[in-house]
Ligand binder design. Structure first.
Ligand SMILES: [Zn+2]
Length: 155
């Protein structure tokens, strides 16, 4: 089970992913992943406060709910690694296939080689943007892998 699966199970199980069908996997992941364990504890704390009976019956529900907001995890958009690889392959396929298209030949006969520099710049910008967004969105993952490698050099 990876972090994405764990957080998914956490959402589905409303704060108790260890009781679900993959509870043992979730528990072993939480033992080795401090960020997921902290997230699960935070969600459980917030949900237990929310489920207090006097909270549901009280008239001043809105200010008490807003007091709970710091406990809730910030919303995150998680794109799976499969989608990242698919997007990268799509960009790569586009770069390979584009010069093979017949319309590309027409472009070449119209403008000679004058369009190759701007086209190269655009493709370079696309690849750079993809790489930058990929690295920035996976910083936490990369740092965890690097720390894990330093902590267990023999493994
Ligand atoms: Zn995790």
């Amino acid at each position: 089970m990876n972090c994405h699966d764990f957080l998914d199970a956490l959402d589905r199980a409303e704060g108790s992913p260890y009781d679900g069908p993959r509870g043992a996997e979730a528990l072993s992941h939480a033992e080795e992943c401090p960020s997921c364990a902290a997230e699960a504890a935070s969600v459980r704390a917030a949900l237990s406060l929310l489920r207090l009976p006097e909270l549901a019956c009280s008239a001043d529900l809105a200010p008490r709910l807003s007091a709970l907001l710091p406990f809730l995890p910030a919303p995150r958009r998680i794109v799976s690694m499969r989608d990242w690889l698919a997007a990268g392959l799509l960009i790569l396929a586009g770069m390979v296939i584009l010069p093979l298209l017949s319309s590309f030949g027409i472009l070449g006969s119209q403008y000679g080689t004058r369009f190759t520099l701007p086209l190269s710049l655009v493709l370079g910008l696309v690849v750079s943007t993809y790489g930058t967004v990929f690295i920035i969105s996976h910083l936490e993952d990369f740092s965890r892998r690097l720390n894990g490698r330093h902590a267990r050099p023999a493994a």
